[in-house]
Design a binder for this molecule. Structure first.
Ligand SMILES: [Zn+2]
Ligand SMILES: [Zn+2]
Length: 296
């Protein structure tokens, strides 16, 4: 599949919840004691300690990055130190870095940085071609080298609160990063755990099996609150809901595969079946994920 087709597939599953407006506002909602969120496309996490602040994701382009930095400064006026990390390398999550103040400490996992180096600029160019608005927002976007790169875990002590940055393996992308905030037990989950959204593997990101393995590790964290990137926040039960959905879809698709049903037909059949079974999910386009299951 060509990269453009992969991109189209990525957006086919954009949930109804997500605002389509790529310009973030300045309202922050409280998720837990130390965690705030700007809800939009995508949701942005802001973790506030006594000494330092961590922002998770940049918004699309520098103007959004600057908005987030203003909100972070308002939430913690005394904090001079600002950390920035990204859930994955896609432009609405990572291409707003240039809008943050000089001295912001950029940190991400090594696998994600590798994907950024391979495909980051290509995706910025592609997004800029989607509309005049996105072109304008992405003008002057830079993809600078992080100040800190970690392999499996990086912990940041923000003063009275610790953010554990975790790479558990591939899911939506190869480099998906999770942020687990202690003592809140809040997970900023990117696409890995979402709220009633059919999972989507972008390009040659993870596999259904690796996604399930990641969720197994997430379950061991005993999460209380979840802030996903493209759906509504919720409680720790979202982790088990995500795992059960993927396991259910995988078992069902593999059964059809053994019966000799084609991937396309299985996608159609399971789309209808799961629409009835998971009636409160806003959309049920499982074709892409079923193809991923067949391909393993
Ligand atoms: Zn993405
Ligand atoms: Zn996204």
């Amino acid at each position: 599949m060509k990269f453009a087709a992969l991109l189209a597939a990525c957006f086919a599953s954009t949930p109804l919840f997500a605002q389509n407006n790529p310009v973030l506002g300045e309202d922050a909602a409280k998720v837990s004691d130390h965690v705030w969120a700007i809800m939009g496309w995508p949701n942005i996490g802001i973790v506030v300690g006594n000494r330092a602040t961590l922002v998770v994701d940049t918004g699309l382009g520098p103007r959004n990055g600057a908005t987030i930095a203003r909100v972070a400064a308002k939430l913690a006026p005394g904090n001079q130190k600002l950390f920035l990390t990204t859930t994955h390398f896609h432009p609405e999550h990572a291409a707003g870095e240039a809008g943050f103040p000089a001295g912001t400490i950029l940190i991400r996992d090594a696998v994600q940085q590798h994907e950024m180096e391979l495909h980051g600029q290509e995706m910025v160019t592609m997004f800029a071609g989607r509309s005049a608005q996105q072109k304008e927002l992405l003008a002057n976007a830079t993809l600078r080298t992080p100040d800190v790169i970690f392999d499996a875990e990086g912990a940041i002590d923000l003063g009275g609160v610790t953010a554990r940055l975790l790479w558990f393996g591939g899911a939506h992308t190869k480099g998906d990063e999770l942020t687990f905030v202690e003592p809140d037990r809040t997970l900023i989950s990117g696409d890995v755990v979402q709220n009633k959204v059919v999972p989507n593997i972008f390009g040659d990101g993870g596999t259904p099996t690796s996604w399930l393995a990641v969720l197994g590790k997430v379950e061991a964290l005993h999460v209380l609150h979840v802030l996903p990137d493209h759906s509504a926040p919720g409680d720790g039960a979202m982790v088990e809901m995500e795992r059960k959905f993927i396991a259910d879809l995988r078992d069902s698709a593999l059964r059809l595969k053994r019966q000799g049903v084609s991937a396309d037909d299985a996608g159609k059949q399971l789309g209808a079946e799961f629409k009835a079974k998971y009636a409160d999910w806003p959309s049920m386009n499982v074709a892409g994920f079923v193809r991923s299951i067949y391909a393993e």
